[in-house]
Ligand binder design. Structure first.
Ligand code: NAD
Ligand code: IPM
Ligand code: MN
Length: 350
């Protein structure tokens, strides 16, 4: 059985996953690692962003680590063949419905954020993003020509009780091991799916998690509060689209989008999908400028959540912190290290 399937993908994806591979070799040489083309790279080679074989291998692995997908060269490809469609098919196919996106400000980076030190220092907050439902997967979905000229485009936001409940349960369970507070973000003031979201979370809380503090917040206010005073939050649970946006905002609190890892989890015992939350960064791809820490920290999450190696995860986390303490900085963090040199710094610290 494959322990770790690497899907480097496109743009900076292969650059950052190459550093993960070095870390795996140094830290856990016993892991059986495989690699497959994914995203635009797979489309170019196989005519599809995710082959059946790659999905089957992913489902049969203990953990999957993805780099990033997409880029301007695939902008003209039909939607269902685009690199991003491959990522959605992978998430849906692996049924990883709960996406943990930790916004954690490493102490040495307290001055690297565009926000003031006192706002971000000591920050440790977790977004739990619903990942296999909502407007990303709802139907109908189409663009059509209108008889009088012009077009009409439709996307559909759909959530069921079961989909909301299972992701909220993950958030409550996580909170119990942290600071015992869940904030649920939606737009119940304008959306029926938001109304249902609030009701299901409220009911689940009363039924099974009354010991956890629960607060509801409208998603627009959540965006503002994350920038104003992020340390008020412990775990924030939200839908697929709001979670996408709120986690990019939160990434900036940690110093850079290149710092934020994620773990997408589904049913216990099934493999998790680990991905940095950043994209393929076409503006810096191929130049050795990408920060590999989000990808390396995604492997740290894989060790913790899928590979049963908390000891190694702790070691890797400490090594990343040490590298940052020693001043290792890629350009996004205000430094001059290349991607490989940042990998070197983590390996040295290990
Ligand atoms: P992006 O995340 O690729 O880049 C946004 C900005 O952040 C860019 O300036 C980029 O240089 C910078 N950045 C991102 N990651 C970095 C890193 N590790 N180190 C240093 N700087 C980094 O977002 P975008 O430009 O909006 O999207 C580009 C492509 O990536 C699109 O095709 C998009 O669909 C795709 N995308 C993929 C994923 C994914 O695979 N999970 C996530 C987001 C976007
Ligand atoms: C992310 C990305 C993806 C998303 C895209 C590339 C499909 O932005 O992982 O945050 O929107 O989920
Ligand atoms: Mn995103």
């Amino acid at each position: 059985m494959t322990d770790l399937l690497l899907l480097p993908g496109d743009g900076i994806g292969p650059e950052v996953t190459a550093q993960v591979r070095r870390v795996v070799t140094a830290l856990a040489p016993d892991l059986k690692v495989e690699e497959r083309l994914f995203g635009g790279a797979s489309y170019d080679a196989h005519g599809t962003p995710l082959t059946d074989e790659a999905l089957t291998t992913a489902k049969a692995s203990r953990a999957v680590l993805m780099g990033a997908v997409g880029g301007p060269q695939w902008a003209g490809v039909p939607r269902d063949k685009r690199p991003e469609a491959g990522l959605l098919a992978l998430r849906g196919g692996m049924e990883v419905f709960a996406n943990l996106r930790p916004a954690l400000c490493f102490q040495p980076l307290a001055d690297a954020s565009s926000l003031k030190r006192e706002v971000v220092e000591g920050l440790d907050f977790m977004i739990v993003r619903e990942l296999t439902g909502g407007i990303y997967f709802g139907s109908p979905r189409f663009i059509e020509d209108l008889p009088g000229g012009g077009k009409r485009a439709v996307d559909t936001q759909v959530y069921t009780t079961a989909e909301i409940e299972r992701v909220a349960r993950v958030a409550f369970e996580l909170a119990r091991g942290r600071r015992n507070k869940v904030t649920s973000a939606e737009k119940s003031n304008v959306m029926d799916s938001g109304l249902l979201w609030r009701q299901v979370v409220t009911d689940l809380h009363a039924r099974d998690y009354a010991d956890v503090e629960l607060e509801h917040i409208l998603a627009d206010n959540a965006a503002m509060q994350i920038v104003k005073n992020p340390k008020q939050f412990d775990v924030m649970v939200t839908d697929n689209l709001f979670g996408d946006i709120l986690s990019d905002i939160s990434a900036q609190l940690t110093g850079s989008l290149g710092m934020l890892p994620s773990a997408a989890l589904g049913v216990a015992g099934k493999p998790g999908l680990y991905e940095p939350i950043h994209g393929s960064a076409p503006d810096i791809a191929g130049q050795g400028l990408a920060n590999p820490l989000a990808a390396i920290l995604s492997f740290e999450m894989a060790l913790r959540w899928s590979l049963d190696r908390t000891d190694l995860a702790d070691k890797l986390f400490a090594a990343v912190n040490k590298a940052l303490e020693d001043g290792a900085r890629t350009r996004d963090l205000g430094g001059a290290l290349t991607t490989v040199q940042m990998g070197d710094a983590v390996l040295t610290a290990l």
